[in-house]
Design a protein around this ligand. Structure first.
Ligand code: 6R9
Length: 647
């Protein structure tokens, strides 16, 4: 916790979209006159049929459901492209910075993006894709990834983007779960000078996905890949043979727009489903309020399109607002730790939105890399993905932004569609490490473990008391799981899974997950997923995975592994298991530590006591830290775990 306080700079208060008084009045109205407020806000979108209904959601079991603007009709792709053509057809919509600084950037105006998306959409139609079909997208960070999303939206198909760093196994699971019949990929991706064999990964995945009829392949690197006759087609070849225009499909506001898989505390990843009207409004509105976008600005969200941040703040929010959105193919520290700042200078970026893990990694390399660049174009700096430690906040503010740029720390989740608690640069005084105050219509509460609402300055579990337009609508294919996961812990409220503290000024400080989800370099992971991967290995009898504090990643992965009888633990096996998890899930799930454990601490009913495993992983092994171990079936396993601790 830090006591620093950064008031809104005078020039921001007078020039921004909203100052403090405007924000307070706007928030009050969003709560007190919610129906009128949201119908007015919805007018920022282009509707084929404007809605007359707003929020019709209920968190209660009897009439459970989330529904917004249910009689409205629109098309998301038309909102992101077509409606800008008259006014800013020649303005750059997508500005692409390649992995290698020696390669030339690419630029697409709104007019060019329109043709790219229309042709892409017509190619999808030519292989039979239609409204309601699920299409899996497995792409590198190239403009065609954005075009693929928008092409799906244009024809009313539901996209499911799978992060390009996931393994063929993880990809296959996600394709099968939502019954995709079509996959969009590229020959290869590039990251930090290395190639990622995307098409080969798709080929491997499709051995387990009999439902997939076609694969549309974008030529990115031009290296040779295998194309399956009758199944696979090159985008550039097919696009040349179709019409340059594709009329947008009219969609009900509640028609699905996309599925995005995310990790929870139990079971396999959930297909978070977002719909068209409410999601787009939320992405666009929060993009405008948080980043105070102004025409002509170059806006850069350095996320990957495989995560929700890429969906909402590289593609949908900024394009709905007619912005120039910068898409970066590479990683923050390649070829040197100055790369991000060089990109800022090269493209004269006004707004940069990135993750604390990237900042911590760059901060470690020293200030000289930053100071070697000018960064005079920067006006605003954003962060997302995990709690930002005050030290990284101050470095971002003082060194990167030279004290001039507000830090917009946005707290939200895949489930929320867009920012929920975040500052507005002209209205909100900042405190390093606090995401500050709720967005319009958002009613956060802090509850104790019994669900009692706590008032005033207090710490507890963060819940949201009423629906907002960007809320997820269901878990794809499992509506009951949606209700059970988010609305039963504290009945009548949306459970975020995060802990939070509210201070005397009403500011929120997110303290991190209170469930078995860990956050590794801003990537969200269920400990259960890593455990399932480990126990799939023939040598492993049992595994328990916990997070532990990590300087750069925020949290690291600590795995306790019990081997099958007769298997000898050694370093080779340890390496093998690390590799195994990378193959099963992907490099983001690489365990930092594997500790072989002859037994795990279990209660008499067989439940693993993770509290104890977390303490040991954190290095807190005093009797006081470990707490009461007398309820364990075999308390002596703890001594063994402590004695053989790693690190
Ligand atoms: C957008 C995104 C969601 C979880 C969330 C929380 C953590 C995200 C944060 C933050 C503190 C912030 N989180 N932003 N914690 N401050 N500004 O990251 O979505 O991948 O679903 O992760 O990330 O724990 O519950 P997602």
């Amino acid at each position: 916790m830090s006591d620093d306080f950064f008031p809104v700079p005078g020039d921001w208060a007078s020039s921004a979209l909203m100052d403090r008084a405007a924000r307070d009045a706007d928030y009050a109205r969003s709560i007190d006159a919610s129906h009128d407020y949201w119908l007015e806000r919805a007018q920022r979108l282009d509707w084929i049929t404007p809605p007359t209904k707003s929020d019709e959601s209920s968190f209660a079991e009897a009439d459970f459901g989330i529904q917004w603007f249910a009689d409205g009709v629109l098309n998301v792709s038309a909102n992101c492209i077509d409606r800008h053509l008259a006014k800013r057809g020649d303005q750059v919509a997508i500005l692409w910075e390649p992995d290698s600084p020696d390669e030339a950037p690419r630029r697409y105006t709104y007019a060019q993006a329109h043709e790219e998306v229309c042709r892409f959409a017509n190619v999808l139609k030519s292989v039979g894709a239609k409204k309601g079909d699920r299409i899996t997208i497995y792409m590198p960070m190239i403009p065609e990834a954005a075009f693929a999303l928008l092409a799906c939206a244009r024809i009313g198909a539901v996209h499911s983007v799978v992060f390009g760093g996931f393994s063929p196994e993880a990809l296959a699971g996600r394709i099968v779960d939502c019954d995709s019949t079509l996959v969009i990929t590229a020959d290869e991706g590039r990251r930090a000078g290395k190639t990622v064999p995307l098409k080969a990964n798709v080929d491997a995945a499709l051995k387990h996905c009999p439902g997939v009829k076609h694969v549309v392949v974008v030529q990115a690197t031009g290296d040779a890949v295998t194309m399956a006759e009758g199944r696979d087609l090159w985008l550039h070849e097919a696009a040349a043979t179709v019409e340059a225009d594709c009329p947008p499909e009219p969609m009900n506001a509640e028609d699905p727009l996309f599925i995005l898989y995310t990790s929870g505390s139990t079971g396999k990843p959930k297909g978070v489903l977002h719909t068209s009207g409410g999601y787009l409004l939320w992405a666009a509105l929060t993009h405008e309020l948080c980043f105070d976008y102004r025409p002509g600005d170059i806006y850069w969200c350095a996320a990957d399109i495989g995560w929700v941040t890429g969906h909402s703040y590289i593609v949908y929010g900024p394009l709905a607002n007619g912005a120039t959105t910068l898409m970066y193919e590479g990683v923050p520290n390649w070829p040197t730790p100055a790369r991000m700042w060089e990109v800022v200078d090269r493209h004269q970026v006004q707004t940069l939105f990135t993750a604390p893990t990237a900042l911590r990694a760059l901060m470690k390399e020293g200030d000289a890399h930053v100071k070697a660049t000018r960064r005079t174009s920067l006006r605003l700096l954003g962060t997302v993905g995990e709690p930002i430690n005050p030290e990284a906040w101050r470095w971002y503010h003082g060194v990167v932004g030279e004290g001039r740029c507000p830090i917009i720390d946005t707290w939200w989740q895949t489930e929320t569609g867009g920012a929920m608690i975040a500052p507005m640069p002209g209205a909100t005084d900042l405190k390093p490490g606090s995401a500050t105050l709720p967005m319009p219509g958002v009613v956060p509460q802090i509850v104790d473990t019994e669900g009692k609402v706590l008032e005033g300055a207090i710490e507890g579990n963060l819940v949201i008391a009423r629906s907002w337009p960007g809320q997820m609508r269901t878990v794809y294919g499992d509506h009951d799981r949606f209700f059970q996961t988010y609305f039963t812990t504290y009945p009548g409220k949306y459970t975020t899974g995060d802990g939070a503290r509210r201070d005397a000024d009403g500011y929120y400080w997110i303290t991190g997950r209170v469930d078995d989800v860990i956050n590794v370099s801003g990537h969200r992971m269920g400990t259960a997923e890593v455990e399932s991967a480990l126990v799939l290995h023939e040598s492993v009898a049992e595994a328990a995975v916990v997070g532990f504090p990590h300087d750069i990643k925020g949290q690291g992965i600590y795995a306790y592994v019990t081997l099958n009888a007769g298997i000898e633990p050694d370093d080779d096996l340890r390496q093998l298991l690390v590799k195994w998890v990378r193959t099963e899930i992907g490099p983001i799930a690489t365990p930092d530590v594997i500790q072989f454990a002859p037994g795990l601490p279990k209660t008499r009913s067989g439940k693993i006591m993770r509290r104890i495993l977390r303490k040991i992983a954190e290095g807190e092994v005093s009797a006081q830290a470990l707490g009461d171990t007398s309820t364990l079936a075999d308390p002596s396993v703890v001594d063994n775990l402590v004695a053989n601790r790693h690190g």
